[in-house]
Design a protein. Sequence first.
Length: 267
Amino acid sequence: MATTTSPFLLDRVSAWVILGAAVGTSLLFAGIYSACGAYSPAQGIMPPEGETMHWWSYIYFSVVTQATIGYGDFRPVGISRLFACLHAGIGVLTTGFLVAKITSSAISRYRILKKQACDHWVDIVRHRDGRIEVGILELAWEDNALELNGHNYTPEGLLVDSFHSHLVEDDWPRSLTFRYTSDEGAADYVEGYITVWFHAPPRGLPMAFSANVRDYLKPDTKPVIRGWRVTPEELQLLRKMHDPLHNAEVVGHFIKKYLAHVPELPK
């Protein structure tokens, strides 16, 4: 079933945006401190003895305050104390967001992958000798890793083989590469890599894919593979495959719907 759940807010905001907001905040408060001092020296920033305030002094004080370092060489007085407290609070928040973004980038990456890729899929496989297979697939998050598992059927609904695979290379949403092993040791696939190239509409989830296989023991196995995300209605149809008597009906549905979109290989 397709999911459209949006990633968490922190996932949608880049580290550069957070860093830019932090720099902008420092410059904004530097201007506020400067304005307070221009209105009345008793409401601005007091420099160390023997020094005078310059524009870079306000920027320095602003950065030190936002970073909550507080050297104490420049002191806010009057209304500037209130702004300094507010500024320090904002500094804690922006620093926390930036640190969280950097340290959780890998976790966020896989959280997005789990939300957007995990689903039921179906593919049509054309072999060079004219044979056609239908794969009933599932991208699932198992044991903190993404796995691609499935079963391949003939057009008559007979099981050809089953396979399981685990993710070895992630370039989502462009592609995912899995290392697979055939459970039955089928004639066409034994063990190797499958790279899945996803196709998505603008600003949408990938709804289709093409794939290529590199089998260790069968290097000449190079079928044409095209796949599609299963719709909620088709998910109900897939449940019929718990009864082998319905396999031909389910496989026939996908062949009728998608076979015309799978190019033939020259023999």
